[in-house]
Each structure stands twice: as structure tokens, then as C-alpha cells.
Design a protein. Structure first.
Length: 205
């Protein structure tokens, strides 16, 4: 049973000394080789959403800490931020401990597809969908978007040849490898096994 999307939930805010004061966007997050410039804006424009307001660090909580962690979330785990279900609290804890968050460029379409499926099944209302989509697009602004480069595709092919996973799941693992993730989070057991086999540290959400 799908409950009210997690709109308005009190997520950990990134602070550096002063409570309630947002820390500046970390310089090392601005130019990542595997991230196409403008990827986030392109996603927002494609969905009819115009970026607005000051870009804040609202998604992850530990940047600049003693033990920075680059956490990559596949679509199944990232979706738990927007619809209350098993694993939602765990993904919040993961985001709070991360210094950077990585997502594949296919993540937003996958989550939008899942949310629309729930609407067709009448387990999500149109109002809940709009709120969840708004939260999703807001979170994307704070993430590193990994594109499907030739290197990623080549890596995905090798993963598919050695592990019994679906194409999309293989692409997520390949994106995490390309980005150099410290942690790969997913809800899919086969995908987690493939990620671990590829050399990634994994977390089941």
C-alpha cells in the first residue's frame, strides 16, 4: 500500500557549524568528467521544469567531512525518497552520510515511469504524483548525473556477460564504476551481487 509521498519530510540539511545555514555547493562537485555539462538542467527542461532559486545542498549531508563518501543510488533505491515504503528510512540515512550523490541519466525516466504505473493502478493520486515529481526534480539538482558514454556501455556489456542482470541494472552498475563510487545502493539482490562482483562496495536498501 502506497502512502503519502514524502513531500515536506524533514531531511537532514547540510550545515557547517551554523544550524539552519546551508553550506555552499562544494567545488569538487561542479565538474565531474563523466557528467555532461548541463545534464541536470537538460533533465529539468525535458520535463517542463525550469530551474529556479538558489542551488542549495539539500540532498546529501556529509560533504567536507572526515570520511567523504560518494554514494551511487540506482532507481529502485532513489525512488524510496518519494514514496513511503520499506527502505525509505534507510535511504535517508544513506543520503545523510554521503558527501556526493551519483545517479544515472536514466534514473529520472525510470522513477517517473514507476510513479505513473502506480497512478494507473490507483495506488497514487495525481496530486501525490505531482508532489513526488516535484521533489524528484528538486533532488536531481544536487546530484552528479552520469551519462551513458561509450565507456559506460562497454562496461555494461562486460557486466551483462558475467552476471544474470537486466540491461538497465547493468547500466546502473556501469555508471557507478565510471563515476568511481565508494558505495552502490540498490534494492535488487542480483544487481547488488553484480556490483560486488565488479568491485563495488554495496548496500541493500
Amino acid at each position: 500500500r502506497v502512502q503519502e509521498p514524502r513531500v515536506g519530510h524533514a531531511y537532514p540539511s547540510r550545515t557547517r557549524g551554523n544550524i539552519g545555514r546551508s553550506a555552499p555547493w562544494p567545488p569538487h562537485c561542479r565538474d565531474i568528467p563523466c557528467r555532461a555539462r548541463g545534464s541536470n538542467s537538460a533533465i529539468l527542461e525535458a520535463t517542463g521544469t525550469t530551474p529556479h532559486g538558489k542551488r542549495g545542498c539539500t540532498l546529501v549531508g556529509n560533504f567536507g567531512g572526515a570520511n567523504p563518501v560518494k554514494a551511487y543510488l540506482d532507481s529502485s533505491s532513489f525512488a524510496k525518497r518519494f514514496v513511503e515504503e520499506e527502505g525509505s528510512d534507510k535511504i535517508e540515512a544513506t543520503c545523510a552520510q554521503a558527501s556526493e550523490l551519483g545517479l544515472s541519466v536514466i534514473c529520472v525516466p525510470e522513477i517517473v515511469s514507476a510513479l505513473n504505473r502506480r497512478m494507473r493502478e490507483h495506488t497514487l493520486t495525481s496530486i501525490q504524483y505531482r508532489k513526488a515529481k516535484q521533489r524528484l526534480l528538486g533532488d536531481v539538482r544536487d546530484a552528479v548525473i552520469v551519462n551513458l558514454t561509450t565507456s559506460v556501455v562497454g562496461s555494461a556489456i562486460r557486466i551483462l556477460e558475467t552476471s544474470p542482470v537486466r540491461a538497465m541494472d547493468g547500466l546502473h552498475v556501469a555508471c557507478a564504476l565510471e563515476w568511481g563510487a565508494d558505495l552502490f545502493a540498490s534494492s535488487d539482490e542480483r544487481q547488488l551481487k553484480a556490483a560486488k562482483k565488479a568491485g563495488l562496495k554495496t548496500q541493500r536498501i
